[in-house]
Design a protein around this ligand. Structure first.
Ligand code: SAH
Ligand code: SF4
Length: 391
């Protein structure tokens, strides 16, 4: 299989072009086409010689994600369902930091990206693992989620600029707005909380994040990237030793082994003692605050007897706790507790001097992305395809 051009780092491209006897400035041109203009084809790279473009096309693929479905409205959370070249579906979610309540554009955007098709970890409450694990995403497929969302945004901007242009021409003599070409980065925060267990696809994830962090690539600060994990202790230690220092969020969801093992099979492999010791190592090396994510699921982990052990863990790790009301999944029996229970849990936790927040949804429900859109679409497609297949 051909390597994709967006899996190459600057050093690799420099070595390649040197080998091909191309002048070094061609590397910068190529990088601009890939990451600034987000080019979708070799033929668009007009300032590069045709022979070089042909040679690149013979040796490398230039994978582009195809948008299958988009949910959500302008200036609120938007979910994207992408089709990969092999037909697999993955999700990304765009979350504007300041929904433009009064019409002004939101300037900071967070993107939640997927790292695998499906998930092998089978947490009992999660839609991503329901149909098992299909494959890891390649680095370029993780990088492409950022570029594809930015491309989509650019097109939306152009559409609205052109419609303004038309109405200005029709109505007045004012100078029309000039449509922008490649805009600077739209996305300046990344959360690796989409489908899949990021640390189970360690090498491709790290490569993608390196490209998304590089000034010639995504130019997103490593400290603006949060990796969420269900608790793969050895990989947490490995991540702590990386030169790039990411933020880490742990999907805890249970403050005792008994509760956690009931809903997260990974806890049998890496029980809390091991997980917490890996987190301590991460904190020592990284010096950053960790986040403990805790989904509140009715009758499973929302009783007040979880509060004390949770507070103990949070204090030991100097971590903040992010309480998330469970997002119900079609076909699964788990339910979201009432608001009174959610707030009671939060109050009990803050009383124990733990920094905690309760996520209220209002368009910020990135968890809903966790495999649900893909699962629904896969199943709907399956229903449509099944009768045809049987003839
Ligand atoms: N595999 C990684 C990252 C992806 S899941 C992890 O488990 O951390 C991202 C977050 O969404 C996790 O905290 C996960 O537990 C949570 N999540 C999964 N399904 C959910 C649901 N139905 N409602 C709320 N949160 C959910
Ligand atoms: Fe996988 Fe994370 Fe979902 Fe667990 S919560 S099944 S690790 S995606």
């Amino acid at each position: 299989m051909m390597r994709d051009i967006k899996s190459l780092t600057l050093e690799e491209l420099k070595a390649l072009f040197k080998d091909w006897k191309e002048p070094p400035y061609r590397v910068s041109q190529l990088l601009e086409w890939l990451y600034l203009h987000r080019a979708t084809g070799w033929s668009l790279m007009r300032n590069m010689p045709g022979l070089l473009r042909d040679r690149l096309a013979q040796h490398f693929s230039l994978k582009i994600l195809e948008l299958v479905l988009k949910q959500g409205s302008e200036d609120t959370t938007q979910k994207f369902l992408w089709r990969l070249p092999d037909g697999s579906l993955v999700e990304s979610v765009l979350i504007p930091a300041n929904p433009a309540l009064y019409g002004e554009a939101s300037d900071r955007h967070t993107l939640c990206v997927s790292t695998q098709v499906g998930c092998a970890y089978g947490c009992k409450f999660c839609a991503s693992g329901l149909d098992g694990w299909k494959r890891n995403l390649a680095a370029e497929e993780i990088v492409e989620q950022v570029l594809a969302v930015e491309r989509w945004h650019e097109r939306e901007n152009l559409k609205s600029q052109f419609s303004n242009l038309k109405s200005t021409r029709a109505g007045s003599r004012e100078a029309p707005p000039v449509p922008r070409s490649a805009s600077p980065r739209l996305i300046n925060n990344l959360v690796i909380m989409g489908m899949g267990e990021p640390l189970a696809n360690y090498d491709q994830l790290l490569k993608a994040l390196q490209i998304l962090n590089a000034p010639w690539g995504g130019n997103i600060g490593a400290r603006k990237m949060t990796i969420s994990t269900s608790g793969l202790a050895p990989q947490i230690r490995k991540l702590a030793d990386e030169p790039l220092q990411f933020r880490l969020a742990i999907s805890l969801h249970g403050a005792t082994d008994e509760v956690r093992s009931r809903i997260m099979p990974v806890n049998r492999k890496y029980p809390l003692r091991e997980l917490i010791s890996a987190c301590e190592y991460y904190r020592e090396k990284n010096g950053r605050m960790l986040t403990l994510e805790y989904i509140l699921i009715s009758g499973v982990n929302d009783a007040l007897d979880q509060v004390e052990p949770l507070a103990r863990l949070a204090r030991r790790l100097n971590a903040k706790v992010n309480l998330i009301p469970y997002n119900e999944v079609e076909g699964l029996p788990w339910q979201r507790p009432s608001e009174a229970v959610q707030e009671g849990f939060l109050r009990a936790l803050t009383r124990l001097k733990v920094a905690a927040t309760l996520r209220c949804e209002k368009g910020h429900d990135i968890d809903a992305a966790c495999g649900q859109l893909r699962l629904k679409t896969e199943r709907a497609l399956h229903r449509v395809e099944a009768p045809t297949a049987r003839g």
